[in-house]
Design a protein around this ligand. Structure first.
Ligand code: SF4
Ligand code: SF4
Length: 362
């Protein structure tokens, strides 16, 4: 069923009426940061019955980046003639020293540039042949293909002063990890439509085949989300777990073969550290050895840690769905977008940032 049909208020009202007839307690995890922000923006929690609980998941790559990685990027920014290029959300995240962030380094004179794609970073590399340009490749399967194409272009055009610091992550291993945690109590998953565009419906089949958890691949309009919650509630109520693709207008069964091939050609799986969650086997993407000339971790001898220090911030509990942002004792008191303790408060789709922004507007 297309979302347009559910973007009409009478259809939405009808769904809400049906949802209100349920009495069972239902917990649904929205895996993706983009869903978290859309849920807050459209006020979806406020129109759902109280027994349907929506919790955030580990789907914002900024939020799951360990502080140790932020520290390494800050260190890189202190090397002479290095230009750091990154997506905008990263620059406000504090390192283990809360006085340090890329934004502060920029104010101190470091060359840090916000880009919209790794191809912009390549352009910067071409214009600054006397400098080393490092692109911070962040994101899940959605953005990894762009990083792969940038490396391919750098090879083809012999741009030798470009390297990728890959902190790309994979969705499947972290979902398996969360499902296997003690006290896991999620009844259904709202799966990220943007990741599914790349890995396809089949990338999420394991949720139902192996774990029997109802799951819906969901788009990002209010109608998409409400309809998907309705379908999840039906499946949970009737104990009929399926994987449904509500985002059929963008997601195919097998996803985007070209983008998947780009990832496979340049990356291999690596064990990776997730903020507040821990070290998860095969959950990251690193460049294959044959491309080590373009791998910033090799070029700058960056040693990646296997153990995470989270400090005071409770982002880890937020992205595991253990607490709501307002249950963190620092929320909106010590921790604000101007003075963040953790990435959830500064990422444009972080759970704490969206709660902070939209709870004030309600
Ligand atoms: S906030 Fe940025 S990094 Fe996080 S999910 Fe959204 S786009 Fe991705
Ligand atoms: S409110 Fe701040 S300290 Fe608490 S979890 Fe969110 S980002 Fe971390």
């Amino acid at each position: 069923m297309l979302w347009e049909e559910f973007n009409k208020s009478d259809a939405v009202e009808n769904i809400i009426r049906i949802l209100k007839e349920y009495k069972k307690r239902i917990t649904i995890m929205e895996v993706c940061g983009t869903h978290t922000m859309a849920i807050a923006k459209f006020g979806i929690k406020s129109i759902l019955p109280k027994n349907i609980r929506l919790i955030s998941g580990p789907g914002c790559p900024v939020c799951v980046t360990p502080v140790e990685i932020i520290d390494e990027i800050i260190k890189l920014s202190k090397i002479k003639d290095v230009i750091i290029t990154t997506y905008g959300d990263m620059i406000k995240v504090p390192g283990s020293n809360s006085d340090e962030s890329l934004e502060r380094r920029k104010a101190e004179g470091a060359d840090i540039r916000v880009v919209y794609s790794p191809m912009d970073a390549l352009e910067i590399a071409k214009k600054n042949s006397d400098k080393e340009i490092v692109f911070i490749g962040i994101g899940f399967e959605t953005t990894a293909p762009n990083s792969a194409v940038a490396v391919e272009t750098a090879i083809n055009e012999e741009i030798k002063n470009f390297s990728l610091f890959s902190i790309h992550k994979r969705v499947e291993p972290v979902l398996r990890h969360i499902i296997n945690m003690d006290n896991f109590e999620v009844n259904g998953f709202l799966c990220p439509g943007n990741v599914a565009v790349i890995i396809g419906e089949e990338g999420f089949e394991f949720l139902v085949k192996e774990y029997k958890i109802p799951s819906v691949i969901c788009g990002f309009e209010a109608g998409d989300i409400i309809y998907s919650i309705y379908r999840l509630s039906e499946m949970i109520k009737n104990n009929t777990p399926f994987l449904e693709n509500e985002y059929i207008r963008a997601v195919k069964k097998k996803g985007n073969e070209k983008a998947k091939a780009a990832i496979d050609n340049y990356f291999e799986f690596c064990d990776d550290l997730w903020r507040g969650i821990g070290f998860i086997k095969n959950s990251g993407y690193k460049l294959k050895n044959e491309y080590s000339d373009f791998d910033a971790t090799k070029k700058f001898s960056i040693e990646l840690k296997t153990c995470d220090y989270t400090g005071l911030c409770r982002c880890g509990d937020v992205i595991k769905g253990k607490i709501e942002p307002f249950e963190c004792e620092f929320f909106s008191r010590i921790c604000t977008p101007e003075n963040p303790l953790g990435p959830c408060m500064v990422s444009s789709e972080g759970a704490c940032a969206s709660e902070y922004k939209y709870s004030r507007m309600r």
